[in-house]
Structures are given as C-alpha cells and as structure tokens.
Design a protein around this ligand. Structure first.
Ligand code: PFF
Length: 464
C-alpha cells in the first residue's frame, strides 16, 4: 500500500526508535574512526575536547534535526518545504538526500571490508602473520583485488537493501532491536578481554590521563568533525528517523539517550582497542589503518585471539550495517514521500545505483589508485566532499534554520509535545538548548567548514 499523509509508517515503540537512531549513530565512526582519531591526536586530552563538542554542538543539533522531522512527518526535502515560507530552504534537504546517497556508496566499501574480515578471521589467516608488515600486506592484497572488494560491496549492499525494503517497523526497527543489543554484548566481551590482558593499563592511561599540551586549534576542529560524523548529523538521517516518531514521544530524553549510547560505545571501543594495542606493544597512532592493519596482529598474539577476532569484525559489520540502513532510508523516504514511488522500487533502484556509484570508490584501492582528482583518489574525494563540506554545511544550515528562520518559539511549541514534564521540572534544559543552538552551534560549525575549505588559517593570519 502506498503511504499517504494519514497512514505513513511510524515506529512501533519508543525503544524501537532509540535503537534505530542509535544504530545510525553507532557505526564505522565509533569503532573504526574514533580510536584512530584519538590515537593520532594524543589520547585523553582529545577525548575531553570531543566530549565537550558532543555536548555543546552535537546534542543541540541532533535535537533540532529530530524535532524538525517529527514536526513535519516528512523526508528532509518535504520537511523544509513544510516548515519554511521561502522557497530556497528545501535545497538543504535535497543536499542531505544527495549526501546520503554519496556517503552510502563509499561507506559500503569500508563496511564490505568489515564483512570480508569476518571470513578472514574465521579462516584464521591472522595467525600466519609474523610482523605488522604481514598484516598490512594482507590488507593491501585483499583491497587490491577488484573481485574481492566489489564482491564485498555488493554483498553488503544487498543486506542493506533487504532490511530497508521491509519497511520502517518490520525492517529497520526489527533489525535494530536484534542487532544493537548484540553489538553491545559483543563489544563488552572484546573490552573485557582487552582490559584483562597483561600490560593493558598503559592503554587505559593513554585514554584517560590527559596531556593538555596535546591540544591545539586543529584538535578542536577534528573533535568537532568527529562529533558530527558519529551522530549522523547534517544530512537529514536523524530528521528522517524523527519523522517516523509519534508526537506523544519525548524528543528531549530520546536525544539524550541516543547521545549517551553513541558516546559510551565509542569509549568502550576505544578501551577495547587501546588496551589490546598497548598490551601487545604496538603503535596507537597508526592512523586509518589501526583496525585493519594493527588489530589482526594484536589478535594473533593474544590468548583467545581467534574468537575475539571473529567477534570484533562481526560487531564492526553490525555497526556499519545499522548506519548504512539509515543512509539508504534518507534516500528512500525522499522518493516515497515526494515522488510517490513504492518502497520496493525506491530501494532496489536507488540501492543498485548506489552500488554503481560505489564502484569507482572500490576501484580506488586497485585499478584507479593512480587516478587522482585534486590530488585525491575517488574514494578520498567523496569522503572529503561529504564529511568535510556537505555535512558541516548541512548542520550549519539546519542550526540556522531552527534558531533563526523557523524560529525557536515555534520549535519550543513542538518540542513540548511529549516532553511536558521536562518543561515543568527542568526548564533550564530547554533554555540551555536554545542558547547553544542559537549562538554556539552555527558559529562553531561554520569554523569547521572554513577549516575544511582551507580558509580558516588565511583568515586568522589576516586578523591576528
Ligand atoms: N554515524 C555513522 C558512524 O558513526 O559511522 C556515520 C553516518 C551514518 C553519518 C549515517 C551520517 C549518516 F547519515
């Protein structure tokens, strides 16, 4: 049946929404990116800055995004159309839909590696490695093989499509309700193994003993970018998920819960990984390769490493899958709401197009590795355009829209629905949200954007 305004699907329960939204937030950003960003930026001091960024910018913008979606009960384009009087704003929603499609195309490539590494772990290949270089060579030979990398991309995308095509309740919600608790249990298992290794305390002190000299302006911007990426902000994913929420549910507490889950999982993943990396005596600042280069060798050297390796890559894959379905849902919701397509047609057609769009990203690691645009291969270019430009730009415009265009007065009327108790008991929370969104979020996100475009340093030099 084609959804109309009256019978558009909604989440079956509050918990279903929280787990689906947390599923979107918890992804490669938490388990792949967070540990290496922490590792390359000095550890604990970076984490403190990151937590501040999550609280001051991530949380207010996430609340704004969910609220926009819940108010309009529409995809991002429809949401801006419904809530603004002027014509231009729906372009922001359109940019989100495009970003969702593009991110999905290359996110699925890395997610495919996670999937492929489950099979590598099961085959026990990590135990053949003698030196860290062996692990790197193995990674390079897998990603250098177009058949492997394209096969995994295809496999991963088919799984994503199968879930999204089943709908909001029967696909996304049901999948998240099974996968998120599983992910949590698996991650706790890996963490317990990490902290019980001899020598793990060095990893804990790297993570939790701040060395303030490591903080610079760039650290703050990296932390802000990471906070944004990990909470799936700036492209309407949370807006779309919010649009399936009932007006009886509490947006404020839901937002807090999502942020808490996302942040805890990043910290637990960091703990699991660094305790093991330090215990085995490897380098924490390995960068992007930390998970695929360093961890296999770590697993090969620890007791119980076989099972931990299988568990770890399984949880990485689950995290990536629940994020990919939210990316796919943004694009799907647009075509279902605005173009009146059937869900099936939207998912299969757009999913197939996303696979095609992912091909040059996948081939950037082999056949197209020499093909550079602005000095970057295709994968890096897509990554750069979306995460460094489109997401901050989207987040900036969303903050401006809610704070200054739609207006906080109207926003607060909507926010109150389902959250009456908070307005009554702790109204300061709402006041704080208004101040952060109005004055801090937009300015700080704008700085991130300027920095990504390489314009921040010249401006600073001009004025100081
Ligand atoms: N939050 C995801 C992660 O941490 O991996 C990435 C992401 C998913 C970003 C969905 C944006 C999005 F819409």
């Amino acid at each position: 049946m084609q959804p109309t305004e009256q019978n558009r699907e909604q989440w079956g329960s509050k918990l279903g929404f929280i787990l689906a939204a947390a599923g979107s937030a918890v992804g490669l950003g938490n388990i792949w990116a967070f540990p290496y960003v922490v590792g390359s930026n000095g550890g604990a001091a970076f984490i403190v800055v990151y937590l501040l960024c999550v609280a001051i910018i991530g949380l207010p913008v996430l609340l704004a995004e969910i609220l926009l979606g819940r108010t309009a009960q529409r995809n991002p384009v429809g949401t801006f159309k419904a809530l603004s009087n002027s014509k231009g704003w729906h372009v922001v929603g359109g940019m989100g839909v495009v970003a969702g499609f593009v991110i999905l195309s290359f996110y699925a490539v890395v997610a495919g590696w996670a999937l492929g590494y489950i099979f590598e772990a099961i085959r026990g290949v990590f135990f053949d490695f003698q030196t860290p270089q062996d692990a790197i060579n193995h990674f390079n030979s897998l990603t250098g093989d177009p058949v492997w990398i394209l096969g995994m991309l295809l496999f991963f995308m088919i799984l994503t499509m199968v879930i999204v095509v089943s709908g909001v309740q029967k696909g996304i919600e049901k999948g998240s309700k099974i996968m998120m608790p599983l992910l949590f249990i698996l991650l706790i298992g890996v963490m317990i193994r990490g902290v019980t290794l001899e020598g793990s305390s060095a990893g804990l002190s790297f993570l939790f003993n701040p060395d303030w000299s490591k903080i610079s302006g760039t650290t703050v911007l990296v932390a802000l970018g990471q906070a944004f990426f990990t909470l799936s902000l700036g492209m309407g994913a949370m807006m779309t998920y919010g649009s399936y929420m009932s007006k009886k549910d509490n947006v404020v507490t839901s937002t807090f819960q999502i942020v808490t889950i996302d942040t805890s999982i990043a910290l637990i993943a960091g703990t699991a990984i660094f305790t093991a990396v330090f215990a085995i005596g490897l380098n924490p600042s390995e960068g992007v390769g930390l998970i695929f280069h360093t961890l296999p060798i770590v697993f090969s050297k620890m007791t119980g490493g076989y099972i931990i390796a299988v568990v770890f890559f399984t949880l990485l894959f689950i995290a990536a899958l629940t994020s990919a379905i939210s990316l796919m849902e943004v694009v799907t919701a647009y075509f279902v709401d605005e173009k009146k397509w059937k869900r099936k047609k939207a998912v299969y057609l757009l999913g197939s197009l996303a696979i095609l769009a992912g091909v040059p990203s996948a081939l950037s690691f082999n056949w197209l590795s020499e093909f550079l645009i602005f000095g970057m291969n295709f994968f890096d270019l897509m990554f750069y355009i979306t995460f460094n430009i489109m997401l901050p730009l989207g987040g900036f415009l969303i903050a401006i829209f809610v704070a200054w265009v739609w207006g906080l007065d109207k926003a607060v009327v909507e926010l109150k629905k389902g959250a009456e108790a908070i307005f009554e008991n702790t109204p300061w929370q709402i006041s704080l949200w208004k101040i952060f969104l109005k004055y801090f979020s937009s300015v700080l996100i704008f700085l991130v954007l300027l920095n990504s475009l390489g314009l921040l340093d010249p401006l600073i030099n001009l004025f100081f």
